[in-house]
Design a protein around this ligand. Sequence first.
Ligand code: ZN
Ligand code: ZN
Length: 277
Amino acid sequence: MKGGCPSNILGRYMKLNFISAKSIGLQLASQLQGMYETAITFLYPAECRVCEGFLAVTSMPYICADCWRDIQFLEPPWCDICGTPGVNGLCDTCAISPPRYGQLRTVAVYQTALQEAVQLFKFGGKKRFGTGKGLKGLARHLLQLINAHIPADCAIATYDFILPIPIHKKRLQERGFNQATLLAKGIAKVEGVPVLTDELVRKRYTVAQSSLDSAARQQNIVGAFEVRNPDIISGKRLLLIDDVFTTGATIREAVSELWTADPAEIDVLTLARTLAT
Ligand SMILES: [Zn+2]
Ligand SMILES: [Zn+2]
């Protein structure tokens, strides 16, 4: 009998009912999951990502007020050129083979709250944090702290242009933003200095420097940058901005490429630096 077999009809009916029951079940499960998460948040409030202590509703997202207060802002003495802390005059490296920038200054040590905040931006991004609402609050707070602690001998208003270390457009798509650009804009805004985001570009996609050792970092970054429209920066005082100074390989390469456009001066400001162990 063609198509009329009662057991086939019954089978199809049961299958349909099973599918709709399944979708209702899924909706219910998702609602229950939402209720469960709300209850857990209420019963067990969020933890600070640094100290794992109680994160008050009134505090910044992700990081508690005590941990923000623990940030170690850098103060002189430091190497006149590379800014290595605890050095009077020049460090051994700069005395023997000075870098090609005028000076490098850093706001704070890359540890605890600052390290966590940078990691949240760099590797969390919008994908992990949905709307990115929390990240915006974090960015605002971070910029206030940075602007209040920029080293006195890094006079932002005296530069013609501020340039962030660029990331490759493929990475920009992955991450949704360049954290160095956010920093540069947040710092430049206070003094009204123009930020150039299209003049120094990343022409080559490279693996993340943080995944490599010191020797490999230098190799990885060679030839990664390119200056577009050199006339714009020729003869100008430039301040290059990056988030973290580790081995300095990325900054050295970017500075070297910028010199091809014959600027008057290149200085560097980074949000954080790792301390030699
Ligand atoms: Zn904490
Ligand atoms: Zn030095």
